[in-house]
Design a protein around this ligand. Structure first.
Ligand SMILES: Cc1cc2nc3c(=O)[nH]c(=O)nc-3n(C[C@H](O)[C@H](O)[C@H](O)COP(=O)(O)O)c2cc1C
Length: 143
C-alpha cells in the first residue's frame, strides 16, 4: 500500500502514520510518501507500484492541500487505474479536502473503501480510526 499525504502542522501526518500501522499490522507492506517534500513524478512512481492507495490531505481554502491536489491530478492524467483507495484528512472548520478528494477519485473510478475526517489534531480516538482505514484497504490488496 502507498500512503500519500500532505500536512502543514503535522495533524494529517500523524494520521498517515496510524494508517500505515494499521496496514502493516494486517501484513501488507507500506510506503509512506510526503507529497509536500517529494516531487509529484516520484510520488506517482510510488503509487504505480502498489494497488492499495491511501490519500491524506488537510483542507486548504475549502479544498485539497495543493501538494496533494497536484499529485491527484497527475495520477488521473497518467491514467493510474484499478486502485483500492482510502481517504483521510484534517480540517479547521468547514472542511472540504476529503469530499473533494472523493470527487476527484470518482473520475478514474477507483474503489473507495472508506473515508476518515477529523478536526484539528488527531484526538484520542482518531489514530484507531486511521489504523482501521489502513486495515480495511489492506484487506483488499496484497501490495
Ligand atoms: C492557509 C490555510 C488555509 C486553511 N483553509 C481551511 C479551510 O478552508 N477550511 C477548513 O476547515 N480548514 C482550513 N484550514 C485549517 C486546516 O485544515 C487545519 O488546521 C488542519 O488541522 C491542518 O492539518 P495539517 O496539520 O495536516 O496541515 C486552513 C489552514 C491554513 C493554514
Amino acid at each position: 500500500m502507498t500512503v500519500v499525504y500532505g500536512s502543514m502542522y503535522d495533524h494529517t501526518r500523524r494520521m498517515a502514520d496510524a494508517v500505515a500501522r494499521g496496514a502493516a499490522a494486517a501484513g501488507v507492506p507500506v510506503a509512506v510518501v510526503d507529497a509536500g517534500r517529494i516531487h509529484p513524478s516520484f510520488v506517482l512512481a510510488e503509487a504505480w507500484r502498489r494497488r492499495g492507495l491511501v490519500l491524506g490531505a488537510p483542507t486548504y481554502d475549502g479544498g485539497i492541500l495543493p501538494a496533494v491536489g497536484a499529485v491527484l491530478r497527475l495520477m488521473a492524467r497518467k491514467r493510474l487505474a484499478n486502485r483500492v483507495v482510502g481517504l483521510f484528512g484534517s480540517h479547521g472548520w468547514q472542511g472540504g479536502a476529503v469530499r473533494k478528494m472523493a470527487d476527484e477519485v470518482a473520475e478514474p473510478r477507483w474503489e473507495v473503501v472508506d473515508k476518515v475526517e477529523f478536526e484539528g489534531a488527531p484526538r484520542r480516538e482518531d489514530p484507531a480510526r486511521g489504523a482501521e482505514l489502513g486495515r480495511q484497504v489492506a484487506e483488499r490488496v496484497t501490495d
